[in-house]
Design a protein around this ligand. Structure first.
Ligand SMILES: NC(=O)c1ccc[n+]([C@@H]2O[C@H](COP(=O)([O-])OP(=O)(O)OC[C@H]3O[C@@H](n4cnc5c(N)ncnc54)[C@H](O)[C@@H]3O)[C@@H](O)[C@H]2O)c1
Length: 327
């Protein structure tokens, strides 16, 4: 879809990734970007810069995706929808019922309301969690569902509800399976990349960063601005449907990340190794296959891990400075 003159709804647009999608959209020729977010987790602070653009509207009644009528009203006249609203792995374990009503029923509401309103395309946020522990690396989109978490189960369900929705109505769709997303505006509560905040907190406090196990756990880091780029590419693409990895294709160990963060901050303290307290269902080796997204969406990552981590370190410094100036 050519975004010129289009009206776009970003569900979950005040969150970490959603706010970067909004920033990226506002660099195109869209006519209007509307954010639909209950603010249960995101923040209007994430949209502070974007708010200067008159094409951005943030629905100010904190609308929830569990409210089908409210969603339907918001879909009127919308050409494309980005769906990022969900609760994460940790919150899903803490509140399994909320996880189901938001990540499955709520997401279904988004798909159905969009289809009924005649929205042309949905770009949906899925997750590499659908794969679980790798049977083979890199994990391509053909990798079996080997998930063992509630969050991943709900993500699998939502992917298939979206697919089914596209069969019932003439709705184009893309479900993007993000790997380990990191960067400015990320919070410190995630199951995987919160390790970056924890390591930086310890280094800045003059304490040794803690590595659980031997530090060989591997993640496929993808910078949040690259994830936003993948979202917009998926909306612009002529491909009518499909599941797509959003990954770098490169695995990085926790040991390597800690060394990189030490170098970037200039704080060199030997890490402390502790007995592994890693839950059995947490994936310890994650490397995605990037080829399908490269071929069909013309998407590949552009931010190196070193530059991406630097952007996180700098954002933390700016946030601290803003917080202490406001005191
Ligand atoms: N961050 C990652 O590493 C990662 C990895 C894989 C997949 N994902 C998926 O990407 C999407 C965005 O993740 P994120 O990290 O930006 O999370 P986030 O929590 O920062 O953003 C989600 C947004 O959705 C909103 N929201 C939640 N429940 C809602 C509801 N019931 N009604 C309306 N709004 C609601 C929240 O307020 C928040 O602003 C999610 O679907 C997540 O599962 C994230």
């Amino acid at each position: 879809m050519d975004l010129t003159g289009k009206r776009i709804l970003v569900v979950g647009g005040a969150g970490f990734i959603g706010s970067h999608v909004v920033d990226r959209l506002l660099k195109t020729q869209v006519a209007e970007v509307v954010v639909y977010d209950s603010l249960v987790r995101g923040s209007l602070r994430n949209l502070a810069e974007a708010s200067a653009d008159p094409r951005l509207t943030v629905l100010d009644d904190h609308p929830d995706i569990r409210d089908f009528d409210r969603l339907s009203a918001a879909m009127t006249g919308v050409d494309g929808v980005f769906n990022l609203a969900a609760i994460g792995i940790v919150a899903s374990n803490e509140s399994p019922e909320d996880a189901f009503t938001i990540n499955v029923t709520g997401n279904w509401n988004v798909f159905r309301a969009a289809a009924r309103a005649g929205v042309r395309k949905i770009v949906h946020s899925s997750s590499a969690s659908v794969y679980g522990q790798p049977q083979i690396v890199p994990m391509t989109e053909e990798h079996p569902y080997h998930n063992r978490t509630l969050y991943g189960a709900n993500k699998i369900a939502a992917e298939h509800l979206l697919l089914a929705c596209g069969e019932l109505d003439p709705l184009e769709w893309a479900a993007l399976r993000y790997f380990n997303v990191y960067g400015p505006r990320q919070d410190s509560k995630g199951a995987y990349t919160s390790v970056l905040h924890k390591v930086l907190d310890r280094l800045e406090a003059g304490e040794p960063p803690v590595i659980f196990g031997d530090g060989s756990q591997m993640m496929d880091f993808v910078h949040v601005t690259d994830v936003a780029k993948a979202n917009v590419r998926a909306m612009e693409s002529d491909v009518a449907s499909g599941f797509f990895n959003v990954c770098s294709g490169v695995g990085t160990t926790i040991r390597e990340v800690v060394a990189m963060l030490s170098r970037l901050t200039g704080i060199h303290i030997e890490p402390e190794y502790r007995e592994a307290a890693i839950p059995a269902n947490l994936v310890t080796k994650r490397i995605g296959g990037p080829d399908k997204s490269a071929d069909l969406l013309s998407f590949s990552t552009g931010v190196s891990l070193e530059d991406g981590l630097r952007s996180l370190v700098e954002w933390r410094e700016r946030s601290r400075a803003t917080a202490s100036a406001g005191r």
